[in-house]
Design a protein around this ligand. Structure first.
Ligand code: NI
Length: 169
């Protein structure tokens, strides 16, 4: 088991646009496994590679109650989306803050698995929200980008203060 360091807002590395995964090798499988360990330990329901400073198009999720439904999406693409939904979102890179974000209600996604095999899936509710949130990370986007500048600045200042205190401790 290996835990990876999760970058926190406003770390500029979170703004990196991730590149396509082209090699489906052992290194990728180790990364996926480490990302699951890191996500479950945090604990969180989703983690994008961007958040652990690996700028590849890869995300892991598990929205099940008993943490027994791991999902890996590599090079994910939204094929279609429908409706709108508002949900309170949090993020392991913005610890302690929750804000309402509006996203598509239903999505159809195409992605690859760890072996490079393509698959498609339909998602709604929390699963759809989580996939859209994690895919945003791969574009260098955070859920706080959807809220007012004033609120985002307030969160940024508080987290910066916490990071300084942590560095001193
Ligand atoms: Ni997040």
């Amino acid at each position: 088991m290996a835990l990876l360091n999760i970058l926190e807002f406003p770390d500029p590395r979170l703004r990196t646009r991730a590149e396509a995964v082209t090699k489906f090798d052992e290194e990728l499988k180790t990364l996926v496994s480490d990302m699951f360990d890191t996500m479950y330990e945090a604990p969180g329901i989703g983690l994008a590679a961007t958040q652990v400073d690996v700028h590849k198009r890869l995300l892991v999720m598990d929205i099940s109650e008993h943490k027994n439904d791991p999902m890996v999406l590599i090079n994910p693409e939204i094929l279609s989306s429908e409706g709108e939904e508002e949900m309170d979102e949090g993020c392991l890179s913005v610890p302690g803050y929750y804000e309402t974000v509006r996203r598509a209600e239903k999505i159809r996604v195409r992605a690859q698995d760890q072996n490079g095999e393509f698959f498609e899936l339909d998602a709604d509710g929390l699963k759809a929200v989580c996939i859209q949130h994690e895919m945003d990370h791969l574009e260098g986007k955070l859920f706080v980008d959807y809220i007012s500048n004033l609120k985002r600045d307030r969160i940024r200042k508080k987290l910066e203060k916490q990071h300084k205190q942590a560095a001193r401790a």
